[in-house]
Design a protein around this ligand. Structure first.
Ligand code: HEC
Ligand code: HEC
Length: 240
């Protein structure tokens, strides 16, 4: 068995065994206890705090992230240590496991920003800002902002601090995706106040019932994004 942190898993299994008959089940969920210790039961996280949810995200997106962490495009030493020894096939199994979970979302965070800032956040999310060459987030993240299969994540149901930090990391080069890195271009086109505005607005939106990623890609993508299958891109030249 290619167990994750066998000692941790064993300790958790022992704790479970105290309550239940002593049967150690070799299921994916049981092997991923090292992950769900941080990411919440079944990877459902919460809407506050910092840790992102995994449950129900597009499998291609999750797999890209596991590669990003393992290969140093995203940084979190504790996670990289767990992912380092795993081969691509196993990472794909992990991504498929979390993507298949269909779990209700918690209610959103209270909007902690003023009206003008929330209105700016909504504008960026749903309509973009042509003056800054920022496409609407919904052009790629789905009309309902619940993501697009197979590799664009939803933007609802994530903690505000996490959203802020991810956009900041892209601006500063501490988070990278496959080239061309459309999110790096977009994050750098936003004004510093825009990052907080869009993060506040997104974190305050409820996830629509179901909350599943849109099954089809948009008819035309505003920018080219690496690691995402894209048939028709309106402006294949992302960076400036
Ligand atoms: C020590 C706590 C911790 C552990 C253990 C951990 N994670 Fe994470 N994980 C995080 C944090 C914090 C982030 C956000 C990091 C950042 O700021 O980019 C994250 C991000 C992620 C992401 C990206 C999510 C997104 O929306 O982009 C994936 C996928 C992920 N973790 C999977 C896993 C898997 C699979 C495991 C088990 C092998 C695991 N994590 C173990 C804390 C943890
Ligand atoms: C051209 C398409 C496109 C547009 C427009 C776009 N995104 Fe993205 N976004 C992506 C892709 C692709 C990813 C996944 C990148 C990766 O693999 O790491 C992503 C990932 C993200 C993430 C990471 C989510 C997580 O769970 O870690 C955030 C946050 C984000 N986008 C915010 C935004 C915001 C805010 C806007 C609007 C201002 C926006 N995006 C517009 C394509 C886009």
């Amino acid at each position: 068995m290619r167990g994750l942190l066998p000692a941790l898993a064993l300790a958790a299994a022992t704790a479970l065994a105290a309550a239940a008959p002593p049967k150690i089940e070799d299921s994916m969920a049981q092997r991923l206890l090292a992950c769900t210790g941080c990411h919440g039961k079944q990877g459902r996280a919460t809407s506050d705090g910092y840790i992102p949810r995994l449950a129900g995200k597009p499998a291609g997106y999750l797999l890209n992230q596991l590669h990003h962490f393992r290969d140093g495009r995203r940084q979190l030493r504790l996670m990289t240590g767990l992912l380092d020894p795993l081969d691509d096939a196993y990472l794909a199994e992990i991504a498929a496991h979390f993507a298949a979970l269909d779990i209700a979302y918690p209610p959103p965070q209270a909007a902690g920003a003023d009206r003008a800032s929330l209105a700016r956040g909504e504008q960026l999310a749903l309509r973009g800002d042509a003056g800054r060459r920022v496409p609407a987030c919904s052009a790629c993240h789905g009309a309902a902002l619940t993501g697009t299969q197979p590799a664009v994540p939803g933007l609802l149901g994530l903690p505000r601090d996490y959203l802020n930090a991810q956009l900041g990391a892209w601006r500063g080069g501490n988070r990278r995706a496959h080239a061309p890195d459309c999110m790096a271009s977009i994050a750098r086109r936003l004004a510093p106040d825009d990052v907080a505005a869009v993060a506040h607005w997104l974190a305050a939106q409820p996830v629509p019932a179901g909350g599943r990623p849109a099954p089809h890609e948009p008819a035309a993508w505003p920018l080219a994004c690496g690691g995402v299958p894209q048939r028709h891109v309106a402006a294949p030249e992302p960076a400036r």
